[in-house]
Design a protein around this ligand. Sequence first.
Ligand SMILES: [Zn+2]
Length: 256
Amino acid sequence: MTDSHAHLSMFPKDQRRLLLDEAQEQGVSRVLVPATGREDLEEVAHLPEELDSGVFAALGFHPHQASELDSGWKAKLEKLLALPGVVAVGEIGLDYHYMNSPKEDQLKAFRWQLRLAQEAGLPVVLHHREAWGDFVVVLQEHPGIRGVAHSFTEGAEGAGVMVGMGLYVGISGMVTFPKGENVRAAVRACPQERLLVETDAPFLAPVPHRGQPNRPAWVRVVAERVAQERQVTLAELEAQTDANFTRLFLEREKPA
Ligand SMILES: [Zn+2]
């Protein structure tokens, strides 16, 4: 099984190995770790080398930190993408909920990082919150972009929009929340070859672990609920989401 989105860098250094071992015991053998900005970019870039072969990295500036993506950080980001185990640009996108960076800065950073990914031949890990209209418009400006809309919350229709653009839909522990009917609707509507599962650890712990720091091992709880919603076995769901992860992140297209 694969946790397609876990912020291992947000856990103390001495816990990371233990979290991966615990995940492995639950059959979770691969974890993609997205960076969020200047505090963790370099650290995340080196995690695949430091930890093991099942750990991959996505490098980028989260919309909260979009204002800090200056020319120096752009150069650093471009350079770090070449490290082994770095398989995507992310997480990037738009978040109009907190507005930690002004909208204009978010749009600029999002567009620049989408171009960077296309030039590097890499997929993207996309974050969206309360910015759906602009999010879709900016993605439409980049035809052919490959990637996943992580912790997807926009329901069946939104999932259709993502799939129509060739993107994948990432399902988090929100699928288990009582108020997660929009997420469950997306799960049921999405073609199975476009679904990924994730924890977004340390955030969004699934029922029955809500309120605790989330951990990669609990992607199994997410996958169980997704399988139940789709009325398939966990084994089938696991095989399909694993294959989807491999296709999206590990069979990379070489830049022209
Ligand atoms: Zn995240």
